[in-house]
Design a protein around this ligand. Structure first.
Ligand code: CA
Ligand code: CA
Ligand code: CA
Ligand code: CA
Ligand code: ZN
Length: 587
């Protein structure tokens, strides 16, 4: 049987971790106890029972339902179950940690000592008690699942010899010894441990079962009040004893099943008082002769079903509490026109929770949202789309200029209701596509030149008709038809390379307006060399006969780069002179 196999693996965990007295279990070692999933049980039926259910075993939650926690309960915009919501309704996946309470003799005399075979027996009964609910679960989606694991926790007290209210003393010690949770009192400590289990095992809910050994104790009950099993309404824990008064270990499954009812909000149906309770604050069915009544039969009364959230008033087969509309709230988005190709959409997708009707309770849902269709990449900011509230970031890369539709759709996990958001974004920039400069790049020093560039929009190639364009840091003049230019001069020899180095243009379209600064140059810069020609004249001798040709040679070159001058030069005097005198030449 697979159940037996699971059991053996739990046992192995015990041997590894707990052999040899008090061993502090680290938080990590909790995961040694891999929770095993209970699916469907065989039958889920109990033997006939006759003793009465634990009297006064349903304890009201401590503090959590009071207006004192007004700040916490005003967190209405986040529908994920929070710290105080560890078991609001019996739907979905539930983490169950069975904690065997072991006395060390540190303070009270050490009377009770667990044996492995008895702990195994308890685990079997716990599983059977949980299976009982699974067998009666009315919904197909989500399935009801219990992930069960166990640990041995130590205390200096001997709990069964004390009043049940002394749980405030031993629970913090026991939880500290298994390194689960923290808190200023036992109740918060247990809630904190349940939260850790839920987090680690990725379940929707979690609760603890403290099993107090009572093998040697005379009546198998706490001293005062003489309880043998009790639970806090809506969690986070129950306490059961090994013997359970007259019920005995054989029927511990039934006791556990009853207490699990309390854990999920059900009230006793044997006390003659009609009580409203649970997420939906529904009345119980006193005297039902079902699980929450004494002499319990194998049934869940209508009152209990409504208290634990097993309600489908619209008869669609889905639990009404988990029929949640998804909503998208956009918190940050790219403007409708942008010059940034990375288009981002940031927001929250969350589910509209079914309203909790219990006073001072928060409306929460364990339903989950996940993205189903989207453009680009989508990220959950906490790393995983696994809850009813997810901050997300959508990143879409607009590879080409033009209009892009950026969209995302989310669906919830129960009925696949979908919510979508889309935005059309115009991605564009300025293209510097053409240039005009001097006809020849070498010009005279001191002359005035122009350098012009043609600007057009990348998305439709239309001309840019306004805006601030800097060419080499100088504000260009709008010359019309997309042309922007500057005049430039230089009084000494040197080169100038002119190009567009800044664009600031307001684009106005039907979608709105935006300042565009991005530009892409697909043309050449305008190169201008302000230059002059140097001419060196030379002659082999300084005197020539009158009427002969003076032998004068010259070398002409550009001053800027000493390249040979190409062209003709003219001297100011003829080379043959008929009179004596000096020739001064100049080109
Ligand atoms: Ca002991
Ligand atoms: Ca009642
Ligand atoms: Ca429904
Ligand atoms: Ca998440
Ligand atoms: Zn009860």
């Amino acid at each position: 049987m697979s159940m037996l196999a699971l059991f053996v693996s739990v046992l192995v965990g015990f041997l590894m971790v707990f052999s040899g007295g008090i061993v502090l279990v680290s938080a990590e070692s909790l995961s040694l106890f891999q929770p095993s999933s209970l699916t469907i049980n065989e039958g889920g039926v109990f033997a006939d029972v006759s003793p009465s259910m634990p009297p006064g075993d349903a304890l009201p939650p401590l503090g959590r339902s009071s207006p004192m926690r007004g700040g916490y309960f005003s967190q209405v915009d986040d529908p994920r179950p929070g710290f105080w919501e560890t078991s609001e309704y019996m739907l979905g996946r539930v983490g169950v940690l069975v904690v065997f309470v072991e006395s060390t003799g540190g303070l009270d005399p050490d009377i009770e000592d667990w044996q492995e075979w008895r702990m195994n027996l308890v685990m079997r009964k716990v599983r059977s008690g949980l299976d009982w609910w699974i067998a009666r679960y009315p919904f197909r989606n989500p399935p009801l699942e219990f992930m069960v694991s166990s640990a041995v926790g130590y205390t200096r007290y001997e709990p069964i010899t004390r009043n049940s209210t002394d749980e405030s003393l031993w629970i913090p010690e026991v939880l500290a010894s298994i390194n689960c949770g923290s808190g200023e009192n036992y109740y918060i400590y247990a809630a904190s441990c349940a939260n850790e289990i839920r987090e680690k095992w990725s379940t929707d809910w979690a609760f603890l079962i403290f099993v107090v050994d009572s093998l040697k104790d005379e009546d198998g009950m706490f001293a005062d009040p003489p309880r043998f099993a009790y639970a806090y309404i809506n969690g986070p824990f129950m306490v059961v004893t090994y013997d359970n008064d007259d019920w005995g270990i054989d029927r511990m499954d039934l006791v556990v099943a009853h207490e699990v009812g309390h854990i999920f909000g059900a009230t006793d149906e044997y006390n003659g008082v009609t009580e409203n309770s649970g997420y939906l604050y529904e009345p119980d069915s006193d005297g039902s002769r079902c699980i929450m009544d004494g002499n319990a039969g194998p049934c869940v009364s209508v009152g209990t079903q409504r208290q634990i959230g097993w309600v489908d008033d619209d008869l669609d087969g889905y639990p009404d509490i988990l029929e949640n509309e998804p909503v998208i709230i956009i918190e940050k988005k790219t403007p409708n026109i942008t010059d940034n190709e990375s288009i981002k959409l940031e927001g929250v997708v969350k589910l509209d929770p079914y309203p909790c009707r219990r006073p001072y309770c928060r409306s929460v849902t364990i339903n989950k949202v996940k993205p189903i269709n989207y453009t680009g990449e989508i990220y959950s900011l906490d790393g995983k789309f696994d809850s009813a509230f997810e901050k997300f970031l959508l990143v879409y890369n607009a590879s080409a200029a033009g209009r892009h539709q950026v969209s995302v759709s989310f669906s919830e996990a129960i009925k696949n209701l979908v919510v979508s958001y889309s935005q059309t974004v115009l991605y564009t920039y300025v293209l510097v596509s053409d240039f005009r400069g001097p006809k020849f790049e070498r010009v005279d020093v001191g002359s005035t030149q122009t350098a012009e560039f043609r600007l057009k929009w990348a998305h439709d190639e239309s001309a840019v008709t306004s805006g601030n364009v800097l060419i080499n840091g100088v504000l260009a003049e709008n010359r019309g038809d997309g042309w922007f230019g500057v005049t430039v001069t230089k009084n000494d020899v040197g080169a100038a390379t002119l190009s567009v180095d800044s664009v600031n243009v307001t684009l106005l379209t039907n979608e709105g307006q935006a300042v565009i600064r991005k530009f892409v140059i697909t043309t050449h810069p305008v190169n201008i060399i302000f230059d002059r020609v140097i001419i060196d004249l030379s002659s082999p001798k300084t005197r020539f006969d009158v009427d002969s040709f003076a032998e004068i040679s010259y070398k002409a070159y550009y001053e800027y780069d000493h390249r040979d001058f190409v062209g003709s030069i003219r001297l100011n005097q003829p080379l043959r002179q008929s009179n004596s005198g000096n020739i001064l030449t100049q080109s």
